[in-house]
Structure formats: structure tokens, C-alpha cells
Write a protein that binds this ligand. Structure first.
Ligand code: ADP
Ligand code: MG
Length: 367
């Protein structure tokens, strides 16, 4: 039997008590219902994301976990302990915000050491832990710099080091990469995930960016109007979206319903087909036994470098987005497809039934 000492490096070995548990949590501001009722468990050591559009209640949920807001009703447990009425500084959590909130007059080293100074950690240990935290975010040697002398990405790393240095059991991150440009954001996504795996701390990550949530998370919750619409692994949420809303928010909606579904698929209900699962074929192409084919016309072509996105108007009505890799296609060849008659072909197994939720997004084609 292993010793009883707490180890945070191996999520698989940690206890089954969830890191965070929300029970019937609601938050109202006067007439505004910010969080409409959440029951949620975040596992110890997992990278958990809350994904949803602006105003869906993600930040409010995070602030309640941190203790900056009190739920109107419900309970919040951290590692099995009810902390609903425990103030933020007595909770074993730290928060990283989008706007960094670094102290501008302090050096990087002082910024990172701040939480340790407040907690009266001895100077020697402080120095060691600051060095370790800065190494973790690949900023060793930057102790003496001021925040103004850093790039946006470096400032965000300092903010992360400043939280990690306290060794919280749960780290809350509210759109921490939102202010960075795309390339830097993509690099930081991979780095953040690596750091999380290295330290084994539970991360709760808020984002409105579906790609970010799919890339980084062990599991994610899709928020809508203060509720969770679906919770699962990235593959579950992407490949088996529970509702129209999830199908549209996580990926391109590509929905077929009503008469169009009956005509094209021979089935009733609402279905989504992911754009990368559809093949553009010649108008006279013959589909296999396990495939569905639908004639249509290419309405629009968007060349994206590695891929091209085709928006196809089906003869049955409705539009589908199709993405194809540009393995041997040039941009001019792709763009010349506009207006052409085609046949769309996909495997039946990729027709995913989704529940109707009246999201208002069903007609949307993002191009
Ligand atoms: P998200 O982070 O998903 O964008 P928020 O949690 O910030 O969403 O907000 C959820 C809803 O609660 C929004 O309608 C927002 O306007 C409202 N809200 C958030 N904070 C307050 C507040 N302090 N007072 C009044 N309404 C608020
Ligand atoms: Mg927010």
C-alpha cells in the first residue's frame, strides 16, 4: 500500500471524492438569472472546461467556486467539504483572469512571490518556489523584469506562475488566453495542458472558444442560459451532440430536419452531419449501401489554406457545409467549383440524431 501522503501528480491514483461539486446551485441578480441550476462534479486532477456563448453563466459559476460570489441557492463542495460560506482566501483555489491583473510596479519575481509573502512563507522557501514556478512557465531568469517589459504571452505566464506558486488544489482560469493572438493562443493551449498534466492540479477552464475546449479538456460542460446543455469528453460532445444547440455551438451545425430529413435521409427527426464527414462527388456518383447521397449545387467556396469549405445548397432545400482537405487542390481549382452541380455522399453512421431545443441557430451557416 502506498503511503498516505498526498500526491497530486497522478489523477488516476487520487481519491474518488470530486475536487468540486455543485449541488442545485443558482445565482440571481435581481430579475437576472445568471446561473439557473447546476449539478456538477469535477474530478480530482482533471482538466475541465466550461464552454458556452457570452452571458451563459460561466464566469458567475467560476466566481462562486472561487468564493467571490455567494450562490442564491445550492451548495458548493471542495474535496468533499462544504465551502458555500467560506471566504475566497480560505479556499484551496486560485484564479487566473483574462486581464492578468499583475501589479505593474512590482517585478516579475515580486508578483509571483506575492501570495507567499501574504502567507508569511519564509524567504528561502519563497525564493525556491518562485524559481520553480517561473521554470514551470518557461520564464526562468525573468525575475527582475517589470510587467511592462513583457509581451502579452509572457504576462499571462507570470499570472499563471503567480497562481501555481501557491500550489492550490484547484486552479480556476477565466478565458486566460482571450487577449492573445491566434498563434500564441494555440501555443499556450498546448503548454497549459502540459503544465496541468505535470502538476496534476485540477484545472477549471472557462472559454467561449470551442476549439480551445476540445483541444485541452478531459471533459467539458456546454453552457447555455445558465444551465449545462451537455457534459462529456470532447469526443462525446463533438461526435454525439445531445441537442441542436450543442451541434451548432461545438462545430458547424449542418442540420437536416423535417421534410428535408425525410427526403434526403428517409428518416424523421433532426440530424447533424459533420462537415468533414461529407464527400463532394460528381453529380452522377453512385453511393454505397451504407451511404447516403444528396444532389446539390455549390453555393459558396471559402479557401482556408489546408482546407476548403464548400457551402452546398441541397436540391431538397437546406444547406450543408462540407470541408475538404486540399491534398492536391489549388485555391483556383477550389474557387472554380462555385455554381457546380455535385452529389454529397456520407456514411449513414455519421447521421447523428440531435434533440430539438429551439435554439434559433438551426438556420445558421457559418461561412
Ligand atoms: P459568461 O461568463 O458566460 O459570459 P456571466 O456569468 O458573466 O456569463 O453572466 C451571466 C449572466 O448574468 C449575464 O446575463 C450577465 O449579464 C449576468 N450578470 C453577471 N454578473 C452580474 C452582476 N454582477 N449583476 C447583474 N447581472 C450579472
Ligand atoms: Mg465570462
Amino acid at each position: 500500500m502506498a503511503s498516505e501522503t498526498q500526491t497530486r501528480t497522478s489523477p488516476a491514483a487520487s481519491s474518488t471524492t470530486p475536487a468540486v461539486r455543485l449541488e442545485g446551485v443558482e445565482k440571481r441578480y435581481g430579475d437576472v438569472v445568471a446561473v439557473a441550476g447546476l449539478d456538477l462534479e469535477v474530478r480530482d486532477g482533471e482538466f475541465f472546461s466550461m464552454l458556452g456563448p457570452s452571458g451563459s453563466g460561466k464566469t458567475t459559476t467560476l466566481r462562486m467556486i472561487a468564493g467571490f460570489e455567494l450562490p442564491t441557492t445550492g451548495r458548493i463542495l471542495l474535496h468533499g467539504e462544504d465551502v458555500t460560506r467560506v471566504p475566497p482566501f480560505d479556499r484551496d483555489v486560485n484564479t487566473v483572469f483574462q486581464d492578468y491583473a499583475l501589479f505593474p510596479h512590482m517585478s516579475v519575481g515580486q508578483n509571483v512571490a506575492y501570495g507567499l509573502v501574504v502567507r508569511k512563507v519564509p524567504r528561502d522557501e519563497r525564493g525556491r518556489r518562485v524559481t520553480e514556478a517561473l521554470r514551470m512557465v518557461r520564464l526562468e531568469g525573468y525575475e527582475a523584469r517589470k510587467p511592462a517589459q513583457l509581451s502579452g504571452g509572457q504576462r499571462q505566464r507570470v499570472a499563471l506562475a503567480r497562481a501555481l506558486v501557491n500550489r492550490p488544489r484547484v486552479l480556476l482560469l477565466d478565458e486566460p488566453l482571450g487577449a492573445l493572438d491566434l498563434k500564441l493562443r494555440e501555443e499556450m493551449q498546448i503548454e497549459l495542458k502540459a503544465i496541468q498534466q505535470q502538476v496534476g492540479i485540477t484545472f477549471i477552464y472557462v472559454t467561449h472558444d470551442q476549439e480551445e475546449a476540445l483541444t485541452m479538456s478531459d471533459r467539458l460542460a456546454v453552457f447555455r442560459d445558465g444551465r449545462i446543455e451537455q457534459l462529456g469528453t470532447p469526443a462525446q460532445v463533438y461526435e454525439q451532440p445531445a441537442t441542436r444547440f450543442v451541434a451548432g455551438f461545438v462545430g458547424t451545425s449542418n442540420l437536416l430536419s423535417g421534410d428535408v430529413a425525410r427526403q434526403v435521409l428517409g428518416r424523421s427527426g433532426t440530424f447533424t452531419i459533420r462537415p468533414e464527414k461529407i464527400r463532394l462527388a460528381a453529380p452522377d456518383a453512385v453511393a454505397g449501401d451504407d451511404e447516403t447521397a444528396a444532389p446539390g449545387t455549390i453555393h459558396d467556396v471559402v479557401y482556408l489554406g489546408p482546407d476548403t469549405r464548400y457551402i452546398v445548397e441541397l436540391a431538397a432545400g437546406s444547406r450543408l457545409v462540407v470541408t475538404q482537405q486540399n491534398l492536391a487542390t489549388t485555391s483556383s481549382e477550389a474557387l472554380a467549383q462555385q455554381g457546380k452541380a455535385v452529389r454529397l455522399v456520407w456514411k449513414r453512421q455519421h447521421e447523428l440524431p440531435v434533440a430539438d431545443g429551439g435554439s434559433g441557430m438551426e438556420e445558421e451557416v457559418r461561412s
